[in-house]
Design a protein around this ligand. Structure first.
Ligand SMILES: [Zn+2]
Length: 366
């Protein structure tokens, strides 16, 4: 398999290639495709949808879900894993009668198509899975750095002052507190980065409904939701939102031995987050289901570069002109930052991403 060829140039191309590959499987497997479109369209007017592609049992007792694009622009890696599984694993796989593999494509199809990490309402979907929304909720560090994090302009002198403000915050409170301020999720500033929303988003509703409807008989479930942008380039960390004393954490560490790290306890590169997907999905599953979940998180560029990219992307969305030369340059920067075009990077992350999928399939579905 030529790994870089599994990466597609756009959301639309990735979606079409995956659906084509899945159609080829229908001679061997039972295939069900349940697509839920959202209201907005892609850059070429194309439909944006979450595609639940279910291969095998209709009401599986055991299942493995591989999902992509929860953070839009981070979609290409998960999508490449899904295409590679459809083309090189499923054609020869013998699935037991009670088992299914689900390729869940484009959880945030708007962000994927428009190269943003957030959705059509500037919402970070992986902060939007909570049960209630408090529009006052915001990390005090975020409030203190509000303008530095969310610049209303790119004036050079003011940008230097903002950088100095952030450096001063790190010097006073430490890098970990800075990361928490930035990434924890905030519910107060709809035009700010890391906005978790003030209501449940359409994509979250769709994903919860798909899970509830198709996995109601499932008793053993492994779910991998692929992400990029945090950590050393090409390296991977398996992150969970569950605490180390929880049953899902133990189950995930049994499936991917010793590799899953909790964002809640400080053992992961990730800071503790609110409204995350795995805790939300757990509510949509039958209580008796053994649920092992992990976010494979692949490093791309140094954290300062990633942060600056997100600041610029947010500025562009609210204050800039996407069609201008600068706008186009920033869109390309978003794409490259969350899905590097380097073939060595692509080969490495696809290999690792496939490895985790195989581990789940081999231990749960054989
Ligand atoms: Zn992500």
């Amino acid at each position: 398999m030529n790994a870089p060829s599994m990466f597609s140039a756009s959301y639309h191309e990735a979606r079409m290639r995956l659906l084509d590959a899945v159609h080829m499987l229908t001679a061997r497997h039972s295939v069900l495709i349940d697509s839920r479109a959202i209201a907005v369209k892609g850059p070429s007017g194309e439909t944006l949808a979450l595609d639940w592609i279910m291969i095998g049992a209709r009401e599986p007792r055991r299942a493995v879900v591989l999902s992509s694009g929860t953070h839009g622009a981070e979609g290409p890696v998960g999508s490449a894993v899904q295409l590679a599984v459809a083309q090189s694993v499923l054609p020869t796989l013998a699935l037991p009668k009670d088992a299914a593999i689900i390729l869940q494509h484009g959880n945030n199809p708007y962000g994927y198509a428009w190269s943003r990490r957030v959705n059509e309402n500037n919402v970070d979907l992986n902060r939007n899975f909570g049960e209630s929304f408090d529009p006052q909720k915001c990390n005090p560090g975020y409030e203190a750095l509000l303008e530095a994090i969310n610049p209303p302009d790119l004036d050079e002198t003011r940008e230097l002052a903002r950088k100095a403000h952030m450096d001063q915050f790190v010097a006073e409170h430490g890098a970990r507190a800075f990361q928490a301020a930035l990434s924890e999720g905030q519910y107060k500033y709809p035009q700010g980065v890391q906005f978790g929303g003030q209501a449940q988003q359409a994509s979250v509703r769709h994903l919860m409904a798909l899970t509830r409807e198709h996995l109601s008989a499932t008793r053993q479930l492994a779910w991998l939701d692929y992400h990029t942008g945090l950590g050393v380039a090409g390296e991977c960390e398996l992150i969970t939102g569950f605490t180390p004393d929880s049953r899902p954490y133990a189950l995930a560490n049994r499936l991917w031995p010793g590799q899953v790290k909790s964002a809640t306890s400080g053992e992961s590169l990730s800071a503790p987050l609110t409204g995350v997907m795995d805790l939300g999905l757990a509510r949509a599953l039958p209580p008796e289901c053994d649920f092992a979940f992990a976010f494979p998180e692949f490093g791309t560029y140094p954290v300062e570069h990633v942060l600056q990219t997100l600041r610029l992307d947010n500025w562009l969305a609210h204050h800039g002109d996407r069609a201008s030369p600068l706008g186009q340059q920033l869109v390309a920067r978003m794409r490259e930052t969350f899905s590097p075009g380097n073939p060595d990077w692509q080969t490495k992350v696809l290999g690792t991403g496939m490895g985790y999928a195989r581990q789940a399939i081999d231990s749960l579905l054989q």
